[in-house]
Design a protein around this ligand. Structure first.
Ligand code: ADP
Ligand code: MG
Length: 279
């Protein structure tokens, strides 16, 4: 008598090699597709640990809808009783955070190339009314062979907003969180722009604009927009780069540059041979 056919699971299609990283409620593994030996990253989400299944659905629908070379591609999705598996494009170079630590800081040319790619990806999301809300170097992955090829990961906190609608939940990470989030004024796409400013600052000098061991002191600094560009770290940075940061790290979201304003800023719009653009 023939044996009953066993239902196939993800493990019939992918072989897990090793762990790549851990996040708040997920583990990301390196795996190989059995059919063609292609390496992928699989994010394994424990449904029992993840009470917020709405956030999970958000991540899936955001990733599915996105096709941009600086946003991680979602290949396919598996679900078991206790877990959700997101099979994603593999990025081999690790987190931007570790790249910055390794290099100390970015050269201005590399910072410009990376920032351009990142702003382009955020512009793509904002055009589709998606706010990422958790932009930070831990959620940005870089290619192995290049400092500027960056990919946006971790849409766990992103949400699709209607134009003009403001979001009220307190999301984000201290240090990158925008003042309007802390002031509970509601917030929109501008929170991603603020985080871009924080990331650009860190890229150029290797330390953050807002820092304090005491969380409430840190929040106060952010809400006041209280940061500086101390010597000697900032002495060799161009005036254009400083000007761009000053126009992004503006406390009132209404007065902050938007993506179009960033892309048209002289620091990014000058003719630049080092700018990394897809041909
Ligand atoms: P969480 O939502 O739990 O924070 P992330 O999506 O940020 O999870 O993933 C956690 C870590 O796993 C990342 O910081 C990164 O180190 C690694 N990682 C995630 N996606 C990939 C990928 N596509 N390729 C390589 N590493 C990845
Ligand atoms: Mg993460």
């Amino acid at each position: 008598m023939a044996e009953p056919r066993k239902k196939k699971t993800i493990h019939d299609y992918y072989k897990v090699q090793k762990e790549l990283g851990k996040g708040t409620f997920a583990i990301v593994n390196l795996a190989t597709r059995v059919a063609d030996d292609q390496d992928v990253a699989i994010k394994v989400i424990d449904k029992r640990k993840c009470k917020d299944t709405a956030a999970l659905r958000n991540e899936v629908s955001c990733l599915k809808a996105c096709q941009h070379r600086n946003i991680i591609r979602l290949h396919e999705l598996f679900e078991s009783k206790s877990k959700v598996y997101l099979v994603m494009e593999l990025v081999k170079g690790g987190e931007l955070f570790d790249r910055i630590v390794k290099l100390g800081k970015y050269s201005e040319a590399d910072a410009r190339g990376l920032f351009y790619n990142l702003a382009d990806a955020i512009g793509y999301l904002h055009e589709r009314s998606i706010v990422h809300r958790d932009l930070k170097p831990e959620n940005l992955l870089v290619a192995e062979e290049s400092n500027v090829d960056v990919k946006l990961a971790d849409f766990g906190l992103s949400i699709v907003v209607d134009d003009g609608e403001t979001l009220f939940t307190c999301a984000g990470t201290p240090g990158y969180v925008a003042p309007e989030v802390l002031a509970h004024h509601g917030y929109g796409k501008e929170v991603d722009i603020w985080a871009l400013g924080v990331i650009l600052y860190i890229l150029l000098v290797g330390f953050p604009p807002f820092y304090d061991q005491d969380m409430s002191a840190l929040f106060k600094k952010i809400m006041r927009g209280d940061y500086s560009m101390p010597s000697p770290h900032w002495d060799c940075i161009s005036d254009d780069a400083k000007d761009l940061i000053k126009k992004i790290l503006v406390v009132n979201p209404k007065d902050r540059l938007d993506i179009a304003g960033i892309m048209n800023h002289p620091w990014l719009s000058e003719e630049l041979p080092s700018l990394h653009l897809e041909s």
